[in-house]
Ligand binder design. Structure first.
Ligand code: NAD
Length: 308
């Protein structure tokens, strides 16, 4: 049997083109309504300059934003708290992302909690995490949204299916669980204390691996009708590897994402999509079409959660 390859680069290119159109539409709309307000609200990306991986991610997000026509500002600041306060108050800023990890994780946590939830386009704040957990519109961590975007792009049915997730982190496992639950999957979340992981994963119609353990999922842990989504990005000698042993698993499942070239390229597109959504809401609010009662909560939402 040959499985279907779920290509993230192709999906990312399509999403990039869609976002380019939306950003262009936003620009012409603003120029039409108010000659003095031609600026498309921008994305601010903060990093502490101390961890190379975060710096690389910040730089790649900056390039991706510019490629869709979204102004981006890279801020590597020693006074990040003041920078966030300034960005929160700046109407020309639609989204704020903190590129992690930081050298000082508690400091990063305090900064995240300072972000205005209506500008939290990577779904990092406890406010958005809470709304997502309640099944309400929220900004969502980008990798989790990328998992759903990948399933949707390939027409993979979620409703009523058994989704097994390996990993329960706040950035991947938990938000993936919330999104799939909201789409009526039966969700099982596995973690380090799960007894007999293989027994759980073999029952998955959709298996999402987000463990940070290269090659954790092997052929004997999957069933032939499974769709396997690999979120792992693990540095190994000679490059990066996913959490799934692609060489042995790919031939025995229905569909699978590669690493690299699967969820990775789609993730920054999800940050940008949420930034564009935030900018669109701000633009319509500025035109007085929303927020007559000053309810900032309506600036938040995404296309991801099924409200039915
Ligand atoms: P994390 O370390 O915060 O969480 C890992 C989770 O996996 C934990 O809940 C842990 O209990 C579970 N786990 C680990 N080993 C396990 C095992 N042997 N059996 C069962 N459960 C196990 O990691 P994270 O931040 O969620 O990242 C997970 C992976 O996803 C990493 O490889 C990371 O690089 C990658 N990641 C990718 C993207 C992307 O854009 N594609 C974004 C974020 C993270």
């Amino acid at each position: 049997m040959s499985s279907r390859l779920l290509d993230g680069r192709e999906l990312a290119s399509r999403l990039r083109r869609e976002l380019q159109h939306r950003v262009a539409a936003l620009g012409s709309q603003q120029a039409g309504d108010d000659a003095n307000a031609r600026l498309i609200p921008s994305l601010a990306i903060l990093h502490d300059g101390a961890v190379e991986a975060a710096e690389l991610y910040a730089a790649s997000l900056d390039r991706a934003a510019r490629a869709v026509g979204l102004p981006a500002q890279l801020i590597g600041t020693s006074d990040a708290a003041a920078a966030i306060d300034r960005l929160n108050a700046d109407p020309d800023v639609a989204g704020i992302v903190i590129a992690q990890p930081f050298a000082d994780p508690p400091a990063a946590r305090r900064l995240v909690e300072r972000i205005d939830p209506t500008k939290d386009v990577d779904g990092a704040t406890p406010t958005n995490a809470g709304w997502l957990a309640r099944g309400e519109p929220a900004f969502v961590p980008a990798t989790a949204l990328a998992v759903v975007a990948m399933l949707e792009a390939h027409g993979i049915e979620v409703r009523g299916r058994r989704a097994v997730i390996i990993g329960r982190s706040a950035v991947v496992g938990r938000p993936v669980a919330s999104l799939l639950l909201e789409r009526d999957a039966t969700v099982v979340v596995c973690h380090r204390a799960t007894r007999n992981l293989a027994r759980e994963t073999r029952r998955a119609d959709i298996l999402v691996a987000a463990a940070g353990s290269p090659g954790l999922v092997r052929a004997e842990m999957v069933n032939r009708s499974a769709v396997v989504i690999d979120c792992g990005i693990n540095a190994v000698p000679g490059g990066i590897a996913g959490d799934v042993d692609f060489a042995t698993v790919a031939p025995v499942v229905r569909a699978i994402t590669p690493v690299p070239g699967g969820i990775g390229p789609v993730t920054p597109m999800m940050v940008l999509r949420q930034t564009v959504e935030a900018a669109e809401r701000r633009a319509s609010a500025a035109r007085g079409q929303q927020l007559e009662d000053g309810d900032g909560r309506r600036l938040i939402g995404h296309q991801g959660v099924n409200q039915a």
